[in-house]
Design a protein around this ligand. Structure first.
Ligand SMILES: [Ca+2]
Length: 398
């Protein structure tokens, strides 16, 4: 018998090595692990994605509509709950389509930094997510956009997310198939969430989701807030900036004479150079003759308080028909009316000319960039068809 025991032991080890993957894979991260609930799920996986409309959850976050998109906004002390059925154990990427608040004021009336309004606590099955090292446990997720975008970034642990995981996707670890509660908790004011999502694989699942969204039919958007009018006897179209409502921290002002129409809009919010799409003003431009159209925006800047550098208080973002946001800028002397008429690229300035290739209505939009910039009116002039256009290729028109 002495000789058979070692043989059996070897056999047992061989059997263990050959057995299928154990319930808790060798790559299981450090606990505590998520714990399932017995309640019925509110969300299921379909085609590899569990997609949670944020407003479908139960809880006390404010539900509202932004440009026709149903979203939720953080409320101090309140939570939102969802129950997702995860089909198999393992790691899942976590996505949050969200944006922070621009120009939000704190209790003292001071404008808050956008990074103070950009995150939420998030627990899955009562457990924290994992950072990209599959060890560090962030408290939640954060975002870096002024408009709704997909984000996968961790927040915490602590006030400053560790560098090693900071800009890398978070994941949830699900120890066994089942229904798990997804719990959003307040961390900062002003955070707006459109959707949450869980995906199993893919190098960059957030891009896949964003593309899915972009390729689906565009959501019905609100009408432009104002319309360009043709200037009789010319190839020009004109619109007063203030014909659009002064959203967010655009302010209708009349202090400096020389404006046209009812006044001009001044951006009294923060400098938002990294957040194109902040506080959008929209204008409908009905094109009857396709061609190249040169843009100019009447503008001025004034010394208000401390003197500023010459390349400040001088730009806004514009885009045509949902194309890329482009910075447009000017160097008009301080205290004078002038014109913004150049696209401003890292490589230099180019005439702000747009290719409007179909006889249809285009949507021209302006978004904030420099603080305290003032804009009065917008004009488009059809360019004589002699030279090749310089344009940042706005989105293709049908
Ligand atoms: Ca005006």
């Amino acid at each position: 018998m002495k000789t058979t025991l070692p043989t059996l032991s070897v056999l047992a080890i061989a059997l263990v090595l050959a057995s299928p993957l154990p319930a808790a894979p060798a790559s299981a991260p450090p606990p505590p692990h998520a714990a399932p609930v017995s309640a019925a799920p509110t969300h299921e996986f379909r085609s590899g994605i569990a997609l949670l409309e944020a407003e479908s959850g139960e809880g006390g976050w404010e539900k509202l509509s932004e440009d026709g998109v149903a979203v939720i906004r953080a409320v101090p002390g309140a939570e939102m709950r969802y129950r997702v059925r995860f089909p198999e154990p393992g790691f899942y990427f976590v996505h949050m389509r969200s944006h922070y608040a621009v120009g939000m004021k704190n209790a003292k009336g001071e404008v808050m930094e956008t990074h103070s309004t950009n995150d939420a606590h998030l627990l899955v099955g009562g457990a924290r997510l994992y950072g990209s090292d599959l060890t560090t446990r962030p408290e939640g997720m954060r975002c870096h956009s002024a408009t709704l975008r997909w984000w996968q970034l961790p927040k915490g642990p602590g006030g400053h997310t560790p560098e090693a995981i900071k800009e890398k996707p978070v994941q949830a670890y699900i120890p066994a198939a089942g229904v798990y509660e997804v719990l959003l908790r307040y961390r900062s004011p002003g955070l707006v969430i459109d959707k949450l999502a869980f995906t199993r694989d893919g190098v960059n699942p957030a891009d896949t989701l964003a593309e899915t969204k972009a390729s689906s039919p565009p959501a019905p958007t609100a009408r432009p807030q104002a319309q360009f009018e043709p200037e009789p006897g010319t190839q020009a179209w004109r619109c007063e900036v203030e014909a659009a409502p002064a959203v967010s921290q655009w302010r209708l002002e009349r202090e400096h004479a020389g404006f046209s129409g009812d006044g001009y809009l001044a951006w009294r919010g923060p400098h938002v150079k990294h957040q194109p799409g902040t506080a959008i003003l929209s204008y409908g431009l009905r094109v009857t003759e396709p061609g190249e159209y040169r843009m100019s925006i009447r503008t001025r800047r004034d010394i208000e308080g401390a003197p500023r550098a010459d390349d400040q208080v001088n730009d806004v973002f514009v885009r045509m028909d949902g194309g890329p946001w482009v910075k447009v800028s000017h160097k008009t002397p301080w205290g004078q009316w002038g014109e913004i008429k150049h696209f401003s690229f890292e490589t230099g300035l180019k005439d702000a000319v747009f290719s409007l290739t179909s006889a249809s209505e285009y949507r021209f939009e302006i978004a904030a960039r420099s603080d305290n910039v003032k804009i009065d009116s917008i004009r488009f002039v059809r360019v004589a068809q002699t030279t090749a256009p310089a344009t940042p290729a706005p989105a293709g028109k049908k």
